[in-house]
Design a protein around this ligand. Structure first.
Ligand code: C2O
Length: 541
């Protein structure tokens, strides 16, 4: 491959949306930020210069960072933040990876505005496994906040409650003509009748899972999280934050102007979120500018059925590295719960992170970030910053049937701590993710850094190894799994990438509440199994 060099200047810029002008932090004066283009196996070098007033790090979401853990980007996990006036150069290889990814800030809630697409083409001469589209378009979905997202995080955490709904949903930064002062602020794809388009869909929203539809058009899913899938024809698609899909859409309908729409998916009842959406257009050439628009129909915000049928239909096109035999069985509960506290004065005495009423946890451990990155602490053997006792099975399960918990107890009162789970190099891991939330039960998009994993099964209720149907033939190979509401997902991966790898819910507020943990994958014996030394410009805390 060749080397691609990018320079990211992180800075504030003024944007005017929804009747207000305000400063947002973004990259190179673009919002969304610049697209990183590369080809499979290319080396990518991005110098990030922090000219903003706030700390920053950049994560390359979905890039497996083979032997380049130092460039992964989550703050206090693999690096200290890049402070104002400082810079850091990320370097990694798109090793055996191609497709649609994105990059985003990974410190506080800054990714609310600091994000952009990554498009990686196959090697020269290697075709797509489907007929060539006439054109490609990248659609990155976000939430727009008419306030500073770092302040938003502080306000939400101080409130002890959940986040307010975003002020708008946006497609490539555009809310569509459905808000105050946004009449002309929409994203439009101009299409030629009869042609087929490849849409690269990315959900970069902070806290909202979203349905996407195009009126009167079906979409064929051909890629999920930057790995090819067998074609799946759908009317709607749901993307949790952190998920990417490539879909083919044929302009095979009568010449007209069709809506593309984005709307919330929330399995839990929550009326305040129901009214946000974004509208764009799929505009046929030849359709009159003011021709009647065909409205897009989005599913009901709580339609779990569509989500699970999409997920069940997802199949890898080619299967590689799927471990059929397992040597490491892990079982993690994930959930939200209400912490012990004095309800009269919850902000002062609750035991959730930041003294809040809610905690989110994995195996009843609510993750707290350390003060120096875990990777630096691990590499330099600095004691006292974390403990290696993150449990491989839940601490509070009393009753096992056939190796799986029966009657998983309510996930009450988490421990708060910085715990990691250590994996030997080359471990063949199966991990069951079991939703046990006791409040606001919802689908959690769990994202693993450093790997893609094979989704070998998922279902509702409690995982039961006696009855669970596992797909060991063509499971999808993804990096973010929306664990079904009140249900489970089974994932497999081979731990062959040394380093410290974060795993967390990609709903930002849940991560702040502690729905996260980290794996340490130890070195193997060979030079291609060993974590390299840290780069000289690695930021200091
Ligand atoms: Cu896209 Cu740790 O995140």
């Amino acid at each position: 491959g060749s080397t691609r060099f990018y320079e990211f200047k992180v800075n504030t810029m003024k944007v005017t949306k929804l009747c207000h002008t305000r400063d947002i932090v973004t990259v190179n004066g673009l919002y969304p930020g610049p697209v990183v283009y590369a080809q499979e196996d290319d080396r990518v070098i991005v110098k990030v210069i922090n000219e903003a007033q706030t700390n920053v790090t950049i994560h390359w979401h979905g890039i497996r960072q083979r032997l380049s853990c130092w460039s992964d980007g989550p703050s206090y996990i693999t690096q200290c933040p890049i402070q104002p006036g400082q810079s850091f150069t990320y370097e990694f290889t798109m090793y055996q990876q191609k497709g649609t990814f994105f990059w985003h800030a990974h410190v506080s809630w800054l990714r609310g505005t600091v994000y952009g697409a990554i498009v990686v083409y196959p090697k020269t001469g290697v075709p797509y496994p489907f007929p060539y589209p006439y054109e490609e378009h990248t659609l990155i979905f976000g939430e727009y906040w008419d306030m500073d997202v770092v302040k938003l995080e502080k306000a939400v955490l101080a409130s002890g409650g959940g986040p307010p709904p975003a002020d708008a949903f946006i497609i490539n930064g555009h809310p569509g003509p459905i808000y105050n002062c946004s009449t002309n602020d929409f994203y439009q794809i101009n299409v030629v009748p009869g042609k087929t388009y490849l849409l690269r869909l990315i959900n970069a929203a902070l806290n909202m899972e979203q349905f996407f539809s195009i009126s009167n058009h079906k979409m064929t899913i051909v890629e999920a999280d930057a790995e090819y899938t067998k074609p799946q024809l759908v009317d709607h698609i749901m993307l949790g934050p952190g998920q990417t899909y490539n879909v083919l859409v044929k302009a095979d309908q009568p010449i007209a102007k069709y809506e593309m729409a984005l709307g919330p998916y929330m399995s839990a009842q929550n009326a305040t979120f129901q009214n946000i959406s974004s509208i764009g257009y799929f505009h046929y050439s030849g359709a009159a500018i003011n021709s009647l628009t065909q409205q897009a129909l989005l599913p009901q915000f709580n339609n779990n059925q569509i989500v699970s049928s999409n997920l069940n239909g997802l199949r890898s096109l080619n299967v590689t590295n799927l471990p059929l035999e397992i040597d490491t069985n892990l079982f993690f509960t994930i959930g939200l719960n209400i912490q012990n506290c004095n309800r009269q004065n919850p902000n002062k005495t609750c035991q959730g992170p930041n003294g809040g009423i809610f905690a989110a946890s994995m195996n009843n451990v609510s993750f707290v970030k350390p003060t120096i990155s875990l990777l630096q602490a691990y590499y330099n053997m600095i004691n006292g910053l974390y403990t290696s006792d993150f449990p491989g099975v839940p601490l509070k399960i009393y009753d096992f049937v056939n190796g799986a918990p029966n009657n998983i107890p309510n996930n009450t009162n988490s421990l708060i701590g910085t715990k990691v789970h250590v994996l030997e190099y080359g471990s063949k891991v199966q991990l069951i993710l079991q939703d046990t939330g006791t409040v606001s039960t919802e689908n959690h998009p769990i994202h693993l850094h450093g790997f893609s994993f094979h989704l070998v099964g998922s279902g509702s209720g409690n995982y039961n190894p006696a009855t669970a149907q596992l797909n060991l033939v063509d499971p999808p190979y993804i990096n973010t799994i929306g664990v079904p509401v009140g249900g489970w997902a089974a994932i497999r991966f081979i731990a062959d990438n040394p380093g410290v790898w974060f795993m967390h819910c990609h709903l930002e507020v849940h991560m702040s509440w502690g729905l996260a943990m980290a794996f340490i994958v130890k070195n193997g014996v060979g030079p291609f199994e060993t974590l390299p030394h840290p780069p000289a410009d690695l930021p200091r805390c």
